[in-house]
Design a protein around this ligand. Structure first.
Ligand SMILES: Nc1ncnc2c1ncn2[C@@H]1O[C@H](COP(=O)(O)OP(=O)(O)OP(=O)(O)O)[C@@H](O)[C@H]1O
Length: 333
């Protein structure tokens, strides 16, 4: 707050109905500036139609600094400066207002943060701690699951765009590549033989046969990301989520994605044009079974039609909330 700003505010405060000095302030003034000044202020405060409320302040090292919200600070600054001016006008012959506490607005700039900080540190006898008061958050493993067609891929693709610091572990699959999908980015497309070798070598965190195709998460990728301090998002079907839950327990956060209704889910699958009628029926039956397992998850997020942004926003909020936990989850692989 510069001098001119304060002066303007002081001028403005003259248009207010009046001035009232709060009792704690009077007490402090008595302490720091002698009884006559306090008496003058006290007399002034009892004048009719005098009213300005002063929010809060700290008296420190014979200076007054006004604290709390900035609004309160400005308001109190006006009040004090105005009070001093008014008191001086009423008691000019009797009041020994010191040079330091004259009507100048300079006194109100005691709120200068840097010098006040230095004074506080001097009084404490040691510097204030500059490090974070919250513990460093642990890297988070987030598992996003839900029935086929609910939008897991769509949500994760958008999440990648809005949170580029999150690592997304690429799933290995034996299913055929869909148009537009890129090997190593969307999935690792492998043969059944290659997949079986990965299982034999214990290289997968979880694997499952999903509608006739193998899908699995390479452990190494997850470990590498966590050791570098990155959060990891895993995209798995409900069966895969249960397997990961059995390994990581509460060390990971589990999100169950649902559509707003069964009809909406099926409509989405039809529009994707990847399913025959028989495959559709299988997916609906499976989705009904999967929905019964919702209780195994930590959060349920509705991915409503046309509301992808809202869905992704809620998931980012869950990540933020998890980061604010006092007792952080820790994935042990
Ligand atoms: N909020 C949404 N509103 C409208 N369409 C959506 C929404 N979310 C996803 N979709 C569309 O629904 C279809 C299914 O989504 P997606 O392929 O991401 O589902 P999935 O859960 O990954 O399915 P699967 O497990 O079978 O791979 C896609 O065509 C996708 O573009």
């Amino acid at each position: 707050m510069c001098g001119n700003d304060v002066e303007q505010l002081v001028q403005h405060s003259y248009k207010m109905p009046g001035i009232r000095i709060c009792s704690t302030w009077k007490a402090s003034l008595r302490h720091y500036h002698g009884p006559s000044f306090a008496h003058a202020l006290s007399a002034f405060s009892s004048l009719p139609s005098s009213r300005i409320s002063v929010r809060n302040y700290y008296a420190f090292s014979e200076q007054i600094s006004i604290r709390k919200c900035s609004h309160g600070q400005v308001f109190a600054a006006c009040a004090f400066s105005s009070a001093v001016k008014h008191v001086s006008a009423f008691y000019s012959d009797k009041l020994p207002v010191s040079k330091e506490h004259n009507t100048s607005v300079g006194i109100m700039e005691i709120g200068d943060k840097e010098s006040l900080l230095k004074e506080v540190e001097g009084a404490l006898g040691s510097p204030l701690q500059r490090s974070s008061q919250a513990p460093v958050p642990k890297p988070l493993v987030m598992v996003i699951s839900g029935p086929s067609g609910v939008g897991k891929d769509a949500v994760i693709n958008r999440l990648k765009e809005v949170r580029d610091e999150i690592q997304f572990v690429v799933t290995a699959t034996t299913r055929a590549k869909r148009p537009g999908e890129i090997d190593g980015k969307d999935y690792f497309f492998v043969t059944k033989d290659e997949f079986e070798l990965m299982i034999q070598k214990g290289e997968l965190l979880e694997h499952a046969i999903v509608y006739g195709d193998f899908k699995g998460i390479p452990k190494k990728q997850v470990r590498d990301c966590l050791s570098k301090g990155y959060d990891v998002v895993l995209r798995v079907d409900v069966q895969g989520a249960a397997t990961i839950r059995s390994i990581l327990g509460s060390g990971a956060v589990f999100i169950f994605l649902v559509a707003e209704s069964e009809a909406a889910l099926v409509k989405r699958l039809i529009e994707r044009k990847t399913e025959t009628k028989d495959k559709l029926l299988t997916r609906i039956a499976t989705a009904r079974q999967e929905l019964k397992r919702i209780g195994e998850f930590d959060y349920v997020v509705v991915n409503a039609d046309g509301q992808l942004e809202k869905t992704v926003s809620l998931i980012t909020q869950i990540i933020d909330v998890e980061k604010a936990r006092v007792h952080q989850r820790e994935a042990k692989l």
